[in-house]
Design a protein around this ligand. Structure first.
Ligand code: FES
Ligand SMILES: [Fe+2]
Length: 429
């Protein structure tokens, strides 16, 4: 496969081939075409609130540091010494006045510049040319920092498009200050599955009644019963393709009460409701309290899971880290943010209801494709390891806003992912 992989043949409108989850050359193409030449989410600027604060992340194969420098600027730097390549930061995060390599003690500033080299008598090069590598483009939207390694991508605004920006707006607008923060700490699940199963399953409205049946049994009467488990007929939630590889399970049409998404009545979160009304006016606050946060994917690696946020971190064709944290809101009382944190732990944590069950499902799917080979794909309908994604293809509709919408249980979201994937991977629109 590799340069010769025919993505147009392997990604059809209604099905994709299972080799795309297991093939080493496909994975290499993805690291290049999606995670090197395109924009990916790195972190949120609230994770590094003060100069010297840093967190480590991966941008495709590239280990990076997200760090705030002395001028207040947020930088994305290669987590790799410019001398002989030693990883600089091993911890998930910290606070430093500079980065010193553990091998020969070269020291770098928070902006990535080379500051000091021990035994300078034998070192004749200009330090200015030996700073840490950095992505060609770094930009942010409402505190969400994205980077593009190659530097050749269109501007971030084009990558997000109106759909991606709207999804981020809808989350941030729930904060009285318009800012979310991510200070609650991250939990990572390392899963023996391909990374693409996570954008797919995090926004799959079809599996909830089975994979997450235990959640419904343990916590009955949650809004999930109305929004996704109400059967095919009695359910008005939508699967939405926002374009550009961004897509959503839109639960808003199914909410029967304000704050349904939070699972708490107004009297329990009165201070939050008042702060929002104060900041936005009563009418807009009322609308926000009804609509709640989006359940959506920003291509390729950022999951806005209502009041949770997750990063999909590819490790290998059959290994992924799914990293999540609770969304916290700026300008609200501590009790409200604690509630969000506790809910996130219950839903997403290792002993929670959602991610562990999805992880097992993803591993079973990966195991099912272990033998998938693209050269069998030419067998047409007799071909092996095709994934059927046709559900709801005839009943989805394009609205006046250009967005494609289907029933919440339809595979409109999966198709939105794969159609953008095919375009990015060179298989045509
Ligand atoms: S490898 Fe970092 S100082 Fe030598
Ligand atoms: Fe799930």
């Amino acid at each position: 496969m590799g340069a010769s992989t025919d993505y147009a043949a392997l990604v059809a409108d209604d099905r994709v081939h299972g080799s795309l989850y297991v093939d080493e050359d496909v994975y290499a193409d993805e690291m290049e075409r999606i995670f090197t030449r395109g924009w990916a989410f790195v972190g949120h600027d609230s994770e590094v609130p003060a100069p010297g604060d840093w967190v480590t992340r991966r941008l495709g194969r590239e280990p990076v540091i997200l760090v705030r420098d002395r001028t207040g600027k947020v930088n994305v730097l290669a987590n790799r010494c410019a001398h002989r390549g030693t990883t600089l930061c091993w911890e998930p995060g910290g606070k430093s006045s500079s980065f010193q390599c553990t091998y020969h003690a070269w020291t770098f500033g928070l902006d990535g510049s080379l500051k000091g080299v021990p035994y300078p008598g034998g070192f004749n090069r200009d330090k200015a040319g030996l700073g840490l590598d950095r992505p060609g483009q770094v930009d942010s939207y409402r505190g969400f920092v994205f980077a593009n390694v190659s530097g050749d991508a269109p501007p971030l605004a084009e990558h997000l498009g109106p759909g991606g920006a709207e999804l981020l707006d809808r989350l941030c607008d729930l904060s009285p200050t318009g800012r979310i923060t991510l200070g609650g700490g991250w939990i990572g699940h390392r899963v023996a599955s391909n990374w693409k199963m996570w954008p797919e399953s995090d926004n799959d409205g079809y599996h909830l009644g089975w994979v997450h049946a235990s959640m419904v049994k343990a916590a009955p009467d949650t809004y999930y019963e109305d929004t996704v488990l109400g059967g095919e007929g009695g359910n008005s939630s939508l699967a939405v393709d926002h374009g550009g590889g961004h897509f959503e399970l839109d639960f808003r049409p199914s909410y029967k009460a304000e704050l349904a998404w939070l699972g708490a009545p107004r009297q329990k979160v009165a201070a939050y409701c008042e702060a929002l009304a104060e900041a936005r006016g009563a009418e807009r606050a009322e609308q926000l309290l009804w609509e709640g946060p989006p359940h959506a994917m920003i291509f390729p690696n950022l999951f806005l899971g209502e009041m949770n946020l997750a990063i999909v971190e590819p490790v290998a064709p059959g290994a992924t880290v799914h990293r999540h944290t609770a969304v916290q809101l700026e300008g609200v009382d501590d009790a409200f943010n604690r509630r969000l944190l506790r809910q996130s732990e219950a839903a997403m944590g290792p002993a929670g209801f959602i991610v562990p069950d999805d992880a097992v499902t993803a591993e079973r799917m990966q195991a099912g494709f272990a033998g998938a080979r693209a050269d069998w794909a030419g067998l047409g309908d007799r071909g092996r390891a095709w994934i059927d994604l046709s559900r709801g293809l005839e009943r989805e509709q394009v609205g006046e806003d250009g967005r494609r919408r289907g029933h919440v249980t339809d595979e409109t979201t999966n198709r939105a992912f794969w159609q953008h994937y095919r375009a990015v991977m060179g298989g045509g629109a």
